[in-house]
Design a protein around this ligand. Structure first.
Ligand code: A3P
Length: 303
C-alpha cells in the first residue's frame, strides 16, 4: 500500500475529523452539539467513568470494569459487547439511552478534563484514568490510524510522529490530556492507573479498582475478572475484542484492535534518533510535573 505525502494526508484528515474546543473528533460519529451537551450530562453518585487517551488500554479496562460491576459478567452483561457495557459518551454509536441505564452506570470517554460532564468536577461519580507510556501509545495509535477505512493510503510513520507530538490527532495532545487530568486531580474523585502496572500485576490493580469503587468481591470472583481480562482471553472473546466493529468503521483486513498488548513495543518501531527526540519533548512538556515518572520511558520490551 502506498504512503501519502504530508499535504495529501492533511487533506484526508481534514475530511475525516473536525476540530472543536481544541480537540479532534471523528466527523461521522459525533458533533459539536453532542460535545456541548456532555457538559450538562446528569451524573449519579454511583456512576463510573473510564477516561483515557486513546491506545492506553481503554478496551482492556472496559472489560475489567464491566466484569467487576457485573460480577464476572452475569445478569445479561455476558451477552452484550464491551461498547454497550461501557458506552462512549462522545461517540454514542449504538444510541444507548444513558438516562434509562440502571446504576451503577459505566461510561467511557477520551475527552480531556475540561470537556467532561461538569458534575464530575464536583466529585459526583468516579473516574478511573489509565495512562500508558506515550511511546507505546504512539506506535499503537499509528497502527490504529492505518486501520481507518476512510484513509486511502498508508500514513507515513515520520509524519505520524509529528502529528502525535503536535496534538493533531484524535483526542488532541497526549501531553495535554495527561497533564490536564493530573493537574486537576483535586477536582475529581479519581483513581490513576497505568497500563504498565496492570501488565505487571493485574490482580493487584483489580483489587485497587474494587477498593476505589467500594466493591467487595471474593477471591474467586477476582480470579474470574483477572482470567477474563488477559490479552489472550480477550482476543478470543468476540464481545470484548472489538472485532465486532464493522469494517466500514475499522478495517480488520489492515490489522487487529487487540494488536500485541505488550510493554515496550516502541523499541521495535522507533529509531534511536526518534526515541531521543521524543524523550526531549517529553522532558520539556512534562518535566515540571510533580509526579513520579509514571513510566520508565526506556523500559525493556516485555510480554
Ligand atoms: P497495542 O496496539 O500496543 O497492542 P485502547 O483500548 O485504549 O485503544 O488501547 C489499545 C491497546 O491496548 C492495544 O495496544 C491493545 O492490544 C491493548 N490491549 C487491549 N486489551 C489488552 C489486554 N487484555 N492486555 C494487554 N493489552 C491490551
Amino acid at each position: 500500500m502506498a504512503t501519502m505525502d504530508r499535504d495529501a494526508l492533511y487533506e484526508e484528515l481534514n475530511a475525516t475529523y473536525f476540530k472543536y474546543k481544541g480537540i479532534y473528533f471523528e466527523t461521522e460519529f459525533t458533533s459539536p452539539e453532542v460535545i456541548d451537551a456532555i457538559e450538562h450530562m446528569e451524573i449519579r453518585h454511583g456512576d463510573v467513568f473510564l477516561v483515557t487517551y486513546p491506545k492506553s488500554g481503554t478496551v482492556w479496562t472496559q472489560q475489567i470494569l464491566s466484569l467487576i460491576l457485573n460480577e464476572g459478567h452475569r445478569n445479561g452483561a455476558e451477552q452484550i459487547t464491551n461498547i454497550e457495557r461501557a458506552p462512549w459518551i462522545e461517540y454514542n454509536i449504538y444510541n444507548v439511552d444513558f438516562k434509562s441505564r440502571p446504576s451503577p452506570r459505566l461510561f467511557s470517554s477520551h475527552l480531556p478534563y475540561y470537556l467532561l460532564p461538569k458534575d464530575l468536577r464536583f466529585r459526583m461519580g468516579k473516574i478511573i484514568y489509565v495512562s500508558r507510556n506515550p511511546k507505546d501509545v504512539l506506535v499503537s495509535f499509528y497502527h490504529f490510524y492505518n486501520m481507518n477505512p476512510r484513509l486511502k493510503c498508508k500514513i507515513d510513520w515520520e509524519i505520524f510522529i509529528d502529528l502525535f507530538i503536535s496534538g493533531k490527532v484524535l483526542s488532541g495532545s497526549w501531553f495535554d490530556h495527561v497533564r490536564g487530568l493530573y493537574t486537576h486531580k483535586e477536582d475529581f474523585d479519581i483513581l490513576f492507573l497505568t497500563y504498565e502496572d496492570m501488565k505487571k500485576d493485574l490482580r493487584s490493580n483489580v483489587l485497587k479498582i474494587c477498593k476505589f469503587l467500594d466493591i467487595s468481591l471474593d477471591d474467586k470472583a477476582i480470579d474470574i475478572v483477572v482470567e477474563k481480562a488477559t490479552f489472550k482471553n480477550m482476543k478470543d472473546d468476540s464481545l470484548a475484542n472489538y472485532e465486532f466493529i464493522p469494517n466500514e468503521l475499522l478495517d480488520k483486513n489492515k490489522g487487529t484492535f487487540l494488536r500485541k498488548g505488550i510493554v515496550g513495543d516502541w523499541k521495535n518501531t522507533m529509531t534511536v534518533a526518534q526515541s531521543e527526540m521524543f524523550d526531549k519533548v517529553f522532558k520539556e512538556k512534562m518535566g515540571d510535573l510533580p509526579m513520579k515518572i509514571m513510566w520508565e520511558l526506556n523500559e525493556e520490551t516485555a510480554s
